[in-house]
Design a protein around this ligand. Structure first.
Ligand code: UT7
Length: 339
């Protein structure tokens, strides 16, 4: 069967860094609590003039430039975010214009922290028909945060990632197999309830910033995340008949170091095969797996012929896993990467 491949990677992290100590000056928290409960040391925060579209453009242009590709070659722009530029039109249309991607059809998708793997599965299907797809995952979560809610505000950061997916010609990262899932019976455990048609925003909530509040039952999310990421990783390895020890790297959604450790334990995979940079970037939602991948390639951690598994879990609930085969090192540029 025809396959598709990631042929280029771009990533962008804003230049402003906010440490745990910085947060402890504006809320009742501490570096010690955040580090021990999450592994996070700092997060990147968009500057006032930055938006979801501008960060997406930076990542997408980096992916094009590093591969010396022309935006006019793109057939699709699929942009995954939970923090769009505005309600309508799609953030992807703003990016299409700034890239001058004249031939591209552009839409947004919202999938929580699993959104990138879900969007990539769709891009894979489109690329197998011969088309070239720019997949972007971007979050500007710090601008939609209730800073009085310490249990959530410390967890997230801003970032943007982009991968170009094309028909497989033996180069880059082959998208070997993927399975993603949703369980809409769990929408109440992790949600940002205000602002849509169900809960228009009451003025008294706006007055104290409560419309930005993400409702999250952290312990339940934690439990579901570990169980479903481990299970989907096992399923996908069974699908491709690959033993766990044949996996060279796990490239997980970067939510919380304790979640990553628990998933590795459940899969009996040593931690030195589980990539984590959650300490530097915190949880960047739809962007996080692309930032992780870009960081790994920039650090020369991944070699040709290696097998990667990516796993993600987030609001919805939606979750899933993907198996990727590295055929050659894709050109990669990560703007604003922590050295
Ligand atoms: O992509 C999926 C996105 N979601 C996630 O990744 C979240 C998954 N869940 C988690 O990572 C963890 O549940 C959290 C990190 C959110 C919370 O850790 P926890 O160990 O489950 O703590 P908790 O919510 O049970 O809170 C324990 C204590 C509470 O105090 P009391 O009631 O024991 O006195 C909280 O009020 O910690 C307190 N607390 C804090 N203290 C200092 C909560 N947030 C903070 C904070 N600083 N930022």
């Amino acid at each position: 069967m025809a396959a598709s491949a990631i042929i280029s990677i771009g990533a962008y992290a804003p230049s402003r860094v906010v440490t745990n100590d910085d947060l402890s000056k504006i809320m009742d928290t501490s570096d010690e609590w955040i580090r021990t409960r999450t592994g996070i040391h700092q997060r990147h925060m968009a500057l006032a003039e930055e938006t979801t579209a501008s960060m997406s453009f930076n990542a997408a242009q980096a992916a094009l430039d590093t591969a010396t590709m022309d935006a006019a070659d793109l057939d699709w722009i699929l942009l995954c975010t939970d923090t769009p530029e505005m309600w309508t039109p799609a953030t992807a249309c703003f990016v299409q214009e700034s890239l001058h991607a004249k031939r591209a059809s552009a839409i947004d998708l919202t999938g929580g922290c699993a959104g990138f793997l879900q969007t990539l599965e769709l891009a894979d299907a489109v690329a197998k028909t011969g088309k070239i797809v720019m997949v972007i995952g971007t979050e500007l979560l710090t601008r939609s945060m209730d800073w009085s809610d310490r249990s959530t505000a410390v967890l997230f950061g801003d970032g943007a990632g982009a991968v170009i997916v094309a028909p497989d010609r033996g180069q880059g990262i082959q998208l070997t197999h993927s399975r993603t899932y949703s369980d809409g019976s769990q929408t109440d455990i992790l949600q940002k309830p205000y602002g849509g048609t169900r809960n228009p925003i009451p003025p008294e909530i706006v007055a104290h910033g409560g419309h930005h509040r993400i409702h999250m039952e952290g312990r339940k999310v934690f439990r579901h995340a570990v169980q479903r990421m481990s299970q989907s990783a096992r399923e996908i390895l069974t699908d491709v008949k690959l033993p766990v020890d044949a996996v060279d790297w796990i490239v997980p959604h970067q939510a919380n170091q304790r979640i990553l450790t628990a998933v590795a334990d459940a899969l009996h995979i040593p931690m030195n095969k589980v990539f984590s940079h959650v300490q530097n970037y915190a949880n960047t939602g739809s962007a996080s797996i692309i930032l992780a991948l870009a960081d790994m390639f920039e650090q020369d951690l991944i070699l040709p012929r290696q097998r990667l598994i990516s796993v993600a879990f987030g609001a919805g609930f939606s979750w899933g896993s993907a198996v990727w085969t590295v055929q050659s090192l894709p050109p990669t540029r990560f703007i604003g990467r922590d050295q």
